[in-house]
Structures are given as structure tokens and as C-alpha cells.
Design a protein around this ligand. Structure first.
Ligand SMILES: [Ca+2]
Ligand SMILES: [Ca+2]
Length: 231
């Protein structure tokens, strides 16, 4: 692509034209504008003395590099309020908003002790809080990851949540969206001003009822960031 060999060879010696192979190009960075894709056919096939080929389709799928490993802690109370369908847990500052100490435990819902734990999502990238925590109604949790950046830079952060969400970068609240919704990838777009070195990203997600969870990704097309579930 664009003059660079991406690999992918289909070695054929058929006497008929048949659907016969698939070439995976792997991860390709597309810049704005036109990209060219060239295919070379080497032949002819000895059995027939001719060569014919064609494309059935070219499929391009976005690389969705979700953050899949998280430290999570909860659940904490996310009470309702009179006269509103929305819950108010985002405005209750539980201890992870003052300190992130993975060795600490705190009082969670129903006076139960809660501590940080490492979780990993399936390949969808969805952090399924409803399956990870009980109680899982009128509840909220925190998730934390650490982002190491080679320099100070502004990056995109795309997230989806069920239901409301708050986001802190290095202790400063950089995003909030209080609503009731099912989670889809990329519902909210936040710009994060990273500093050089290690940055702490804290997400807080509250459920009223039903499904509960979130997606979060930081595209990082140059692959310069290290995102990990430990400080
Ligand atoms: Ca729930
Ligand atoms: Ca929900």
C-alpha cells in the first residue's frame, strides 16, 4: 500500500478461476487523502499457460484498541433523587477521588469493605460491570489505568458508558456526562492533555438499573503510549 509491501501471497495453480484466497493486510495507517493498493500477479500458471485474477472485495475495518485491563473498585452507592430519573452518585466524592492506593480498602455499598482488583475484558473491550459487581443497581464504581507518554501531548479519548460517566486525569475532572443510556463504543469524545511521564486516568461509571459498564479507548496511531493497569 502506498508503495510499501504489506505481504500476503496467495500461491495458486488452478485451471479455473475460483474464489481462492484472502490476504490479511494487518494494521495499516491511512492518512487523509487517497491511498493506493497495488497487487502483483506472477505467472502464468504452468498447467494452463494463462493467468486471470480479480478482486471480490476489499474490506477495511477500524482498529479499536480498547483499554482491556483495568484496576476497578466498588460498588459504591449511587442513590436516586426525587423528581428525576437520574442518579446522583457522580457528585459523591468517594475515596478514590482523593487518593489511588491499590493496597487500600474502603467502605462500599451496604457497609461492605471494597478494594481494588485487576480485571480484563473479553475481546469486545466492554467492561461489564453488571457481571463483575453486586449489588449492580443504583451503584457506581471506579476504574483506573496509567498512561505513560514520551512527551506532553494532547490525545483523543473515546468512551461509551451505561449509565453516567465521569473522568479524571491526574486528579482533575476532565469530563462528565450524566444520563441514562446503554453503552456503545465512542459515545463521548474527550481531549486529554497528557504530561510527560506517567499519567493517572480514573473513570467513574454509575448504573441506575439494567446493564452497567463502559468502553474506553485512546487511539494512539503512532503507538507511543504505554497504557497499563499499574502505576
Ligand atoms: Ca445493573
Ligand atoms: Ca443501566
Amino acid at each position: 500500500m502506498n508503495g510499501e509491501f504489506l505481504g500476503g501471497v496467495i500461491d495458486l495453480n488452478d485451471t479455473e478461476v475460483t474464489p481462492s484466497g484472502r490476504i490479511e493486510l494487518g494494521e495499516v495507517r491511512l492518512e487523509p487523502g487517497t491511498a493506493s493498493l497495488e497487487v502483483e500477479s506472477v505467472g502464468p500458471a504452468p498447467a494452463t499457460g494463462r493467468q486471470v485474477f480479480g478482486f471480490d472485495a476489499v474490506s477495511i475495518e477500524p482498529v479499536m484498541n480498547f483499554v482491556t485491563r483495568w484496576q476497578v473498585i466498588g460498588p459504591f452507592d449511587n442513590p436516586g433523587q426525587e423528581g428525576s430519573e437520574l442518579t446522583v452518585g457522580l457528585d459523591i466524592p468517594y475515596p478514590p477521588e482523593q487518593e489511588i492506593d491499590l493496597s487500600q480498602t474502603y467502605e462500599g455499598m451496604n457497609s461492605r469493605e471494597v478494594g481494588w482488583r485487576l480485571i480484563e475484558t473479553d475481546e469486545s473491550g466492554y467492561v461489564n460491570l453488571d457481571a463483575l459487581f453486586t449489588p449492580n443497581e443504583l451503584s457506581c464504581v471506579y476504574g483506573a489505568v496509567w498512561i505513560e507518554s514520551p512527551d506532553a501531548r494532547v490525545v483523543d479519548c473515546l468512551l461509551g458508558s451505561d449509565d453516567w460517566v465521569g473522568l479524571w486525569l491526574n486528579g482533575e475532572r476532565v469530563h462528565e456526562h450524566v444520563l441514562h443510556r446503554p453503552a456503545e463504543p465512542d459515545q463521548d469524545h474527550v481531549r486529554l492533555s497528557l504530561r510527560k511521564g506517567v499519567n493517572t486516568l480514573l473513570i467513574k461509571v454509575g448504573d441506575d438499573y439494567g446493564g452497567w459498564g463502559y468502553y474506553l479507548r485512546i487511539p494512539d496511531p503512532d503507538g507511543v503510549l504505554v497504557i497499563r493497569p499499574t502505576p
